[in-house]
Design a protein around this ligand. Structure first.
Ligand SMILES: [Fe+2]
Ligand SMILES: [Fe+2]
Length: 174
């Protein structure tokens, strides 16, 4: 019993390490979306710019959610170093394709953490991570739907304006 009380970290080291890696991925996503927002702004895709500014804020919230969980469990949350983000794109479609690619990588990382939690009987962290599992389903849905518009409407200037206008209106489960 004494040993248990002395153990100050409620989640094992290997999981804390993976959660800190996820903190970094969310921070990178936040930075990547900010760069995408700037590109959209520069190219007069106002709705897409707004979309990516909001995504950037959401990714920071995801990061903080993980950060606080690590701390609350007695682990050391590491403020991540974020490398430069891609700021040049050849088209609006490429911006959304890059965003989807990033989200798929994030989803894979989250699934891996859930899988590790199961292997280690860490049900608390698994439960905590379920929120992220659901969030990824929504985020991937929205970006895939926007990419559908490029297929349906094409990429001439008028179509691009129409697509941009629809960007803010896509929502999951409605
Ligand atoms: Fe996220
Ligand atoms: Fe995301």
């Amino acid at each position: 019993m004494k040993d248990l009380l002395r153990q100050r970290v409620a989640v094992q080291d290997s999981i804390i390490k993976k959660l800190n890696n996820q903190v970094k991925l969310e921070a990178q996503a936040s930075a990547a979306y900010l760069a995408m927002a700037a590109w959209c702004d520069q190219n007069a895709y106002d709705h897409s710019a707004k979309f990516f500014y909001e995504q950037s804020s959401e990714e920071r919230e995801h990061m903080m959610k993980l950060f606080h969980y690590i701390s609350d469990m007695g682990g050391i949350a590491v403020s991540p170093a974020v490398a430069g983000s891609q700021s040049e794109f050849s088209s609006l479609k490429e911006v959304f394709e890059t965003a989807l690619e990033n989200e798929i990588n994030v989803t894979e990382s989250i699934n891996q953490i859930v899988s590790d939690c199961r292997k280690n009987n860490d049900f608390a962290t698994e439960n905590f991570m379920q929120w992220f599992v659901k969030e990824q389903v929504e985020e991937e849905f929205v970006i895939r739907r926007i990419l559908d518009y490029f297929e349906m409407l094409g990429e001439d200037p008028k179509s691009l304006l129409m697509i941009d206008e629809r960007v803010g209106g896509v929502s999951y489960g409605e």
